[in-house]
Design a protein around this ligand. Structure first.
Ligand code: B1M
Length: 210
């Protein structure tokens, strides 16, 4: 079995310590950070997602796999963060109110930091007004909203409206992303930028700060 397969399998079994060791081994063997992320860690997480959907596994299993995923991405962080051109800009990021998923949001944050952006992470379950208050307090150019649940997508529109109400809509770029979101939803709620993945989110954020 290849190391990437082993990483995927260990993640699916929730073995955080083994995932860490295997990710380090893959790095030492010269496998690129992007390959390890996409074909090892995310491959395993996608199998977990399928099984969760089919009720073959339950929330605790998914949480254990998520912990293993985070253990792996922590090791990759310096490598993902060392690539790309540096940019100057400040971003406020969070998972919207009602949503506790943070793996994708954490990846977006990691990629943005890798591109030299300063990222203020508000965590999960973030009320719309908090995005605005923190953007004002931190003088951020960009607000990034992540969500994984169809039920919490409307929270992104609440962020857009809260920015209008606070009088900062013209000054701040609102970026949205997460599995249920797409370009047409972005257009519908009058957010500024939708990107499908963490790498393109970082790329677009850099452009928005220029
Ligand atoms: Co949840 N969950 N979950 N879950 N979970 C999903 C999302 C689900 C699709 C599973 C399924 O049914 N197949 C489903 C949502 C269905 C829907 O809304 N249509 C679901 C559900 C239903 C639930 C609960 C309601 C389950 C329950 O309690 N009965 C519950 C909700 C809790 C809540 O939030 N209030 C719940 C709970 C959980 C856990 C806590 C157990 C755990 C989260 C742990 C954690 O995040 N720390 C969890 C997980 C792990 C998942 C799955 C399996 C994996 C999500 C993930 O991390 N993917 C997920 C199934 C799946 O996605 N296949 C599922 C990997 C991650 C890297 O991808 O976040 O999409 P993603 O990020 C991508 C892009 O979307 C993008 O970049 C990343 C890649 O580069 N991106 C952005 C993300 N944010 C972005 C922002 C941007 C730009 C790009 O700009 C700002």
């Amino acid at each position: 079995m290849s190391t990437l397969n082993e990483i995927s399998q260990a993640l699916q079994s929730g073995k955080a310590k083994i995932v860490k060791e295997l990710v380090q081994k893959a790095i030492d063997d010269g496998i690129s950070a992007g390959d390890i992320l996409n074909n090892g860690l995310l491959d395993g997480m996608s199998v977990i997602g399928d099984k969760f959907k089919k009720d073959e596994i339950y929330v605790p299993d998914v949480l254990i796999a998520a912990r293993a995923m985070n253990a792996g991405t922590e090791i990759l962080k310096p490598l993902l963060a060392s690539s790309g051109t540096k940019a100057v800009g400040k971003v406020v990021i969070g998972t919207v109110f009602g949503d506790l998923h943070d793996i994708g949001k954490n990846l977006v944050k990691m990629m943005m930091e890798g591109r030299g952006l300063e990222v203020v992470d508000l965590g999960i379950n973030v009320p719309a007004q908090k995005f605005i208050d923190m953007a004002i307090q931190e003088n951020a150019q960009i607000i990034c909203c992540s969500t994984l649940l169809t039920t919490t997508m409307p929270e992104m529109e609440n962020v857009v409206n809260a920015a209008k109400n606070a009088g900062i809509r013209e000054k701040v770029t609102i970026m949205i992303g997460g599995a249920p979101v797409n370009q047409s939803y972005c257009d519908k709620i009058s957010a500024d930028i939708y990107t499908p993945d963490a790498a393109s989110a970082a790329e677009e954020a850099v452009k928005a700060c220029q």
